[in-house]
Design a protein around this ligand. Structure first.
Ligand code: PMP
Length: 288
């Protein structure tokens, strides 16, 4: 069966799922998106993802042509039409097609696109042995440009940072903010463990407010750990006992080296393992 893609209220075969080359999503990266996951047919934190999508749209002054309830239903229906239970779901809302000029007032038809696909994971051994990361020279966007809290279609900064990581032989790269503080990785939030306590950059460090990040903070607090959201610099990462990343696609993955420094013992630590197990239970068994 050919995958079905939702565009503007209808399902199309993948090969027929097309939008205009005049769409400002393509011409200017003018639009917003979400990356969501389903486990055993249940969409993880669907409402949070839909709310973040609409918040991103408000921030770029884009009116999504359907309600939040219709969006949530469209996501669930697209998943069902593709007979997928464990899937990655990409929701895209573009500004729509207009003239070749920048002016968003001349666009007429914002496009809502929903793609569902099989999830592509990091290789299992990386969850066992941990990732190596390097700090990219390309920084996370300044809050007075496109605020990093907006999940916009313009990911070029993060793509450049990811390429820097790849050139250094790493699958992820650490991005700093405009003040040189630790922000996050190109597609994941970062946490460190120090003396049994957990630290992660605060939202005003210039990060995407990750939904996995929020879930993991909740799980860690439930398990009795202190979690601090604060300003962090690279010293905090280099001298951490443990480090891990969180994100919809990656879930919770250990980091064992940053900029050539082994972190802690150089192996995934016990708190990282414990939180990974707890996260696995949360997504499989649902919210308490
Ligand atoms: N930071 C960035 C830059 C991201 O693209 C993502 C992935 N959406 C995340 C963090 C993790 O967010 P979430 O847990 O909501 O997937």
């Amino acid at each position: 069966m050919s995958p079905k893609v939702y565009i503007g209220g209808k399902l199309y075969d993948k090969s027929d799922a097309k939008i205009s080359v005049y769409d400002h999503g393509l011409l200017y990266g003018d639009g917003v998106f979400e990356g969501i996951r389903s486990y055993s047919g249940r969409v993880f934190r669907l409402k949070d993802h839909v709310d973040r999508l609409y918040a991103s749209a408000v921030a770029i002054h884009l009116r999504i042509p359907i309600s939040r309830e219709e969006m949530a239903a469209a996501i669930v229906d697209t998943l069902a039409a593709n007979k997928l239970t464990d899937a990655y779901i990409r929701v895209v809302v573009t500004r729509g097609s207009g003239s070749l000029g920048l002016d968003p007032r001349r666009t007429t038809d914002p496009q809502v696109i929903i793609i569902t696909d099989l999830i592509s994971l990091y290789p299992e051994e990386l969850y066992e042995h941990g990732l190596k990361i390097v700090t990219a020279a390309t920084i996370r966007s300044h809050p007075n440009t496109v605020n990093p809290r907006v999940k916009s279609l313009n990911y070029l900064n993060n793509i450049l940072a990811k390429m820097e990581g790849a050139l250094a032989g790493c699958l992820e790269a650490l991005m700093l903010n405009h003040k040189g503080e630790v922000a996050e990785c190109t597609g994941d939030n970062i946490f460190v463990v120090r003396k049994g306590e957990i630290h992660t950059p605060s939202v005003d460090s210039g990060i995407l407010e990750g939904i996995t990040r929020e879930a993991v903070i909740g799980l860690a607090r439930q398990a009795g750990y202190k979690v601090f959201e604060r300003t962090m610099d690279r010293y905090d990462v280099y001298t951490a006992d443990e480090c891990f990343l969180t994100g919809t696609a990656a879930e919770l993955i250990p980091v064992v080296e940053c900029d050539g420094r082994p972190l802690g013992t150089g192996k995934p630590g016990p708190i990282t393992r414990e939180l990974r197990q707890r996260f696995g239970r949360l997504v499989r068994e649902g919210e308490a």
